[in-house]
Write a protein that binds this ligand. Structure first.
Ligand code: GLN
Length: 449
């Protein structure tokens, strides 16, 4: 743990992965474990790990990278944090993100932008950019992220690390600062597939505090990965929509990965997910609608920031929200409120909900005949800081290959598959599975370990 903090301090001025470091408490906890010894039933006893700053940690500042929660100290732990505590983890600190997890580059953080450890002039992706950078920089073996429309997978791809978004309902959302509740899932960014499988099992399972959390038993995915793990006989579908429009450098890496699967005895066929192109517009309507509702609670009364000079109740609301939220968050609240308003509900929200159903059906059809759907995680590698921040639509289009998965509630992982011959940056392969079949995803990803 001591070395972890030394490593962080030597690099953090350049990378800026953390909003809050938990050094004193972490060192004390490590010393206590040295004294008492590792408890056999504590599966990550003494292992330094990091937590995205939209996940509640009791007594440790949790900001969602928003001015609104700049000094917010939760009075309880998220269920995932409770489980990690019971397993003996050491929380190194809270990682940077796009404000309220809205973004694809970490540039929407109210505090600072995180830099990609592979190339400091590039973004780490987002919204879990701090977690991805913390793992890529070698600070920690694993960092928790959240994924509403790609926020675990996309930064994993940009940073050459493994990132798994489990099936919707696999992991409790209790204590996660809500963004789009019907999309949000918690998961890990890790260096290896096996670590990911091991750590995901630790946080998964039913939780009485989250009625959408599943009763399905949690398999020991990691134990099932071993020297006999094979993709032989697996039926892999490659959607042409996830392949055709890729940048050439990304395409090359994906092609090589698919060839590798074939050489190991998997079959690889081209299929179509015809509604893919409607995913981004529909997602941004639906997720923003849910966000506009979830973010009502930041009213200057209940949490965190309150505008200091408000003269009456109306001004408390208006000034607090005007000053407390950043530009992107306001954009989403306006878009969502508009889509849900009486005159526009059918034209926007309802229509987008229908598109969501069609996208889910696209996946169902393919999964009738195939075990996995594989393509790229992003059409490009990590872009330069500043390149897209003034063009929200360009930024949204980065999510074209990741949001359909959240629309359908499926599990998907980004696994590093190689490097771009153009930018030298890592390229992630996205492996999508059937609901609750994280095992097949881990098995296929393990091929690259
Ligand atoms: N980039 C997407 C968005 O801005 C996804 C974010 C996420 O998954 N939290 O909404």
């Amino acid at each position: 743990t001591k070395e972890t903090f030394e490593h962080i301090k030597a690099n953090e001025d350049d990378i800026k992965a953390f909003i809050t470091l938990n050094e004193d408490a972490a060192l004390k906890q490590a010393a206590d474990i040295d004294q008492a010894g590792i408890a056999a039933d504590q599966l990550v006893s003494g292992v330094p790990l990091a937590v995205k700053d939209n996940i509640l940690t009791k007594g440790l500042k949790t900001t969602a990278a928003s001015k609104m929660l700049e000094n917010f100290n939760p009075v309880y732990d998220a269920t995932v944090v409770e489980k990690l505590k019971a397993a003996g983890y050491i929380n190194v600190g809270k990682t940077n993100l796009d404000e309220f997890a809205m973004g694809s580059s970490t540039e929407n953080s109210a505090f600072f932008t995180t830099h990609n450890p592979w190339d400091l002039t590039r973004v780490p992706g987002g919204s879990s950019g701090g977690s991805a950078a913390a793992v890529a920089a070698g600070y920690v073996l694993g960092a928790l992220g959240t994924d509403t429309g790609g926020s675990i997978r996309m930064p994993a791809s940009f940073n050459g690390v493994v990132g798994m978004k489990p099936t919707y309902g696999r992991v409790s959302r209790w204590g996660i600062i809500a963004f789009g509740s019907s999309f949000d899932q918690v998961g890990w960014l890790t260096r290896t597939v096996k670590d990911n499988a091991y750590l995901t099992a630790l946080i998964a399972g039913n939780d009485e505090h989250d009625t959408t959390s599943s009763l399905q038993a949690v398999p020991d995915w990691a134990a099932n990965l071993n020297e006999n793990t094979s993709v032989k006989g697996m039926k892999i579908a490659v959607p042409k929509e996830y392949y055709e429009d890729l940048n050439d450098d990304v395409k090359k890496v994906v092609k090589a990965a698919l060839d590798h699967f074939e050489s190991l005895g998997a079959t690889v066929d081209e299929v179509s997910l015809p509604h893919t192109k409607y995913g981004v517009p529909a997602y941004y309507i639906l997720a923003s609608s849910e966000a506009s509702s979830n973010l009502q609670r930041y009213d200057g009364i209940r949490y965190g920031f309150r505008a200091p000079d408000a003269k009456n109740l109306e001004e408390v609301y208006v000034k607090t929200r005007s000053e407390g939220f950043g530009e992107e968050v306001k954009r989403r609240i306006m878009l969502g409120t508009f889509s849900l308003s009486a005159g526009f509900y059918d034209a926007y929200f309802n229509k987008a909900a229908k598109v969501r159903r069609l996208i889910a059906q696209d996946f169902d059809k393919v999964f009738n005949d195939y075990d996995l759907i594989i393509g790229a995680t992003g059409a490009t590698t990590a872009f330069k800081i500043g390149a897209e921040i003034d063009d929200p639509k360009a930024m949204y289009m980065n999510d074209i290959l990741t949001v359909p998965v959240n629309m359908a509630g499926l599990p998907a992982m980004s696994v590093p598959a190689g490097f771009s011959d153009k930018t030298g940056m890592p390229v992630g392969l996205q492996i999508i599975g059937k609901r609750f079949d994280e095992q097949s995803i881990y098995n296929a990803g393990y091929v690259f370990e």
